[in-house]
Design a protein around this ligand. Structure first.
Ligand code: ZN
Ligand code: FE
Length: 256
């Protein structure tokens, strides 16, 4: 099996579009379609022919180009069963535990609700990648818009339990702001201090900070580190449940 090809490109003001392709079969997917034009341009630049859209959630900045791109390419739209009515052009509904073939690769679906009630993530174990939409960001996580902290924490834990070498593709370039906030929660985390400087330099050079490595998130992302004793002490929440500590960190970020 040849390696999965992956092409990430900026869309709108701070979204990322991602194309993936199995070189053995030519099967090609867009992970979300924030805008039709940028996805069309990326396909043309690569010389790839789109066969699928894999939608993570219904927000307009992830689905706005679905119908236009589907009309142009005849692609199949796969998306979350729990919010299928809000995914333009959806053909195939998937949810937790579903598995489907993408060329020679198996794709596994995780339900990761919280940002939206039906949000899903796509994992391709043989390629060591996961596409998590607006659930997890580099040193951050999505706003809890349609769920509650316990639900979002449970979703984040599904991602956190993937192999540590998994490369995580996220919906937005929010990394610098996330790093600055993370430092207010864990100012003494040496890995975080180092990484914050790295991502500031990447952005200053106009480069993306994504994808991110799960191992780096486990070491630096305060939204995954609710069990950490130092964070609990700092928040005065030594005896709270992990999801409550997570909820407090999310609340502070909302106000930051
Ligand atoms: Zn969203
Ligand atoms: Fe988004």
């Amino acid at each position: 099996m040849a390696a999965l090809e992956i092409h990430q490109f900026p869309c709108l003001s701070d979204n990322y579009g991602v194309l993936i392709r199995d070189p053995d079969t030519g099967v090609t997917a867009a992970i979300d379609v924030p805008e039709a034009g940028k996805v069309r341009d990326a396909l043309a630049a690569k010389g790839w022919k789109l066969t699928h859209i894999l939608a993570t959630h219904h927000h307009n900045d992830h689905t706005a180009g679905n119908l236009e791109i589907k009309a142009e390419t005849g692609c199949t739209v796969i998306g979350p069963r729990a919010e299928a009515a809000r995914i333009p052009g959806i053909d195939t509904q998937v949810g937790q535990g579903d598995r489907f073939k993408f060329g020679s690769f198996d794709v596994e679906v995780l339900d990761t609700p919280g940002h939206t009630a039906g949000h899903i993530s796509y994992v391709i174990p043989a390629a060591g990648v996961a596409f998590v939409g607006d659930t997890l960001f580099a040193m951050g996580c999505g706003r809890i818009i349609e769920g509650d902290p316990e639900m979002m924490w449970t979703s984040l834990q599904k991602i956190a339990r993937l192999p540590a070498e998994t490369r995580i593709y996220c919906g937005h370039e929010y990394t610098v702001a996330n790093a600055r906030f993370a430092l207010t929660i864990e100012p003494d985390n040496a890995a975080l201090v180092r990484r914050a400087a790295e991502v500031e330099a990447l952005r200053a050079a106009g480069k993306p900070t994504l994808p991110t490595l799960l191992a780096d998130e486990l070491a630096t992302n305060p939204f995954l580190r609710a069990p950490n004793a130092g964070i609990r002490r700092r928040l005065g929440m030594e005896k709270s449940a992990d999801w409550q500590v997570f909820g407090e960190v999310r609340e502070r970020k909302n106000k930051s």
